[in-house]
Every structure is written in C-alpha cells, then in structure tokens.
Design a protein around this ligand. Sequence first.
Ligand code: GTP
Ligand code: MG
Length: 236
Amino acid sequence: MGDHAPDAPEQAQPRAHLTGISRTAEEQAAWLEAGRLLFAAECRFFFAAQRIDQLPPATGTEVAFAGRSNVGKSSLVNALTGRRALARMSAQPGRTKQLNFFDLGGRLTLVDMPGYGYAQAARAVKEDWQGLMFEYLRGRPNLQRVVLLLDARIEVKESDLAAMGLFDRAAVPYQLVLTKADSVKPPALARKQEAVGQLARKHPAAMMELITTSSETGLGIAELRAALVGLADPGS
Ligand code: GTP
Ligand code: MG
C-alpha cells in the first residue's frame, strides 16, 4: 500500500479546475486563504434595481453573476457568502427579476442578476428585466468581471454564446463557471469541462481558468472565492 497505492480512478473526485493555472501547494493554499478571508466578511444586501436609470452610484468594484434562468446564480451567491438565503433562489426559472446588489465587507459588490433565455416569461416582462440586465452589462463602468454560469447538466445554448459574444465585444472579462456538478456523473462532467475549456479558449474576454462548482456540495466554492480576490478593493 502506501507509496504503491494506485491512483484513484479518474471518476472518484470531480476536480474544481480544468485549466488550473499552475501553482505550488503553498501558493495554492495562500490563494485559497485570501479567498476565504475576503468572503468571511459580512455580506449585506443594499440595493435592488428594476430600471437602468435606478442603479446605485458606480463606486467600488462590481462582479456580476450572469447565466440562463435557473442555472444557479442566486444559489452560488449564497454558497460563496456562506449564507443560505441572502439571495432568493427558486426551482421556478425567472425567480430573480431585478439587479440585486450585495456589499461584501466594503471591498467588493456582488450583483445577482436575472437570468436570460427563459422562454416562458411573457414577452413584455422579458424585455423589461432581460433588457435591464444587458444594458447594465454593456454600460456599467465599475463592472470589473462577470461570472458566467453554465449548467453542467445541459449543453451550452445559443443564448449563452450570445452572452459571451456580448462580453467579448464590451471587453468585460468573464469567468466561466460550471454549476450543479453534483448532478452529473464524473465521465460526463469531465467531457463537459473539456468542451467548455475549449470554448473559453476561443473567446477573447473569457478567463483561462474554468471553475466547476456545486452549491450543494461546496465543490469549487473556495476556488471561486479565491479567483475574485484580485478584484477586491484593499479594504481598511
Ligand atoms: P433565476 O433567478 O430564475 O435566473 O435562477 P438562478 O440562476 O438564480 O437559480 P437559483 O439559484 O434560483 O437555482 C435554481 C434551482 O437550481 C433551484 O432549485 C436550486 O436549488 C437548484 N440548484 C442551484 N445550485 C445547485 C447545485 O449546485 N446543485 C443542484 N443539484 N441544484 C442546484
Ligand atoms: Mg436568481
């Protein structure tokens, strides 16, 4: 046993990273610790915007969570901040209908957005909150990063590609994140990671690092916290 134990079969542990930037074990530990510290701060809801002319002042660094309806944006905000019900989640798509702003320790603003690609929403409603979302994404001066969520269980849709194209054109850097990894068998998850990793390489504004998460099991949450540290204001 010991030294000669066979490697764990590939499907035993899903990995949070596909294209991990290479770090030594010490660098990795320091990176994760900085993420833990940032997200250990108090996080509080401070603003909800229903119209583009009603946004809070554009001060401080913002990170927005975007993705199709039901992909798990609100759940991910809750998992990152360690709060069960900070952002409202729902099994019904179309739960989040406004831009919800959360202040994280005065160092970072997290923005939970409505989803796109929700076919069932009434047209007028869709134009309302989906239009708000795209206007915000295109024009917010202090938006430093978008975390773009893709459901690990389903294929990348036209609406996801359209969102990526929009960020590429607006030169808003985006971090791709796979969600609901707990609901996918490891071989399928590995194929998905490979495919999305390749997609990221074709998009100029996509960050290299793909992070695979589960808000249920906590997979990848520490890594995503750490990936956002570089954006945060220094704090006092
Ligand atoms: P909208 O606000 O409607 O755009 O949805 P959303 O992207 O904010 O999704 P939300 O967080 O409300 O989650 C949608 C559904 O997915 C809920 O039923 C969640 O419980 C479920 N869900 C979210 N994250 C996970 C996860 O990591 N694993 C599993 N299995 N289910 C999840
Ligand atoms: Mg939501």
